[in-house]
Design a protein around this ligand. Structure first.
Ligand SMILES: N[C@@H](CCC(=O)N[C@@H](CS)C(=O)NCC(=O)O)C(=O)O
Length: 203
């Protein structure tokens, strides 16, 4: 199988961490994609132009980090990351959505900053910065939830990847101001799959 992604896509990181968690490195080739470029050859591979994109052995393409992560988890017939049954399942989905909402906001902000300065919208940037500040506060209050500290799950994966963006994005800060979230992020960053991916990116 082939995973098309960019070196810095946080949505791509989720798929790549799932590959490591499920020891699928030998079965999936990670291929760099060129996104947001006029006439990129990648558009022949995935017409939406988005990453991550997983091409299965039968040629079928799967788009979207949630779908790709779920597919990879189920490949061996022993999924470990499905939402639990019952009320915890809704809690788990709620937390995942909350983390994804923060990641979606940061993505809009980051995309805006990558545009030429005279094309950037100060209104969008201010809106997203305000959103992130509120989300950091919310997570400072919610990250001690048992589901954010039990078995590794999609909510934890999504938040860990989101918080990691702080290292490369000026203006996104929680370390030094939000001790509970900082301690959580530091603990998650010690997880072997996250450590390996981040080491690989730094190298
Ligand atoms: N909901 C999608 C979001 C994917 C996404 O927005 N990827 C960005 C990179 S981080 C992308 O492909 N951007 C290229 C473009 O917008 O053309 C997912 O979960 O995978």
């Amino acid at each position: 199988m082939k995973l098309h992604t960019t070196p810095s896509s946080p949505f791509g990181f989720m798929a790549r961490i799932r590959i490591l968690e499920k020891s699928l490195q030998d079965r999936i080739r990670v291929i760099p994609a060129k996104t947001r470029t006029i006439d990129s050859p990648y558009y022949q591979v995935n017409p939406s132009g988005r990453v991550p994109y997983l091409i299965l052995d039968n040629g079928m393409g799967l788009e979207g980090s949630q779908l790709i992560c779920a597919y990879l988890d189920h490949l061996d017939g022993h999924p470990r990351f499905d939402h639990p049954a019952g009320p915890d399942g809704w809690e788990s989905r709620r937390l995942e959505s909350l983390a994804r909402s923060m990641l979606d906001g940061i993505s809009v902000w980051s995309r805006e900053l990558k545009r030429a300065t005279d094309e950037q919208s100060p209104t969008i940037i201010a809106h997203e910065i305000a959103r992130i500040k509120r989300m950091v506060e919310t997570w400072e209050e919610n990250v001690n939830h048992p589901l954010m500290n039990g078995d590794f799950n999609m909510a934890q994966l999504t938040l860990a990847v989101t918080l990691n963006i702080e290292h490369r994005m000026e203006g996104f800060e929680f370390r030094g101001t939000h001790p509970i979230l900082t301690a959580w992020a530091n603990r998650l960053a010690e997880r072997p799959s996250l450590k390996e991916l981040l080491l690989h990116l730094a190298g």
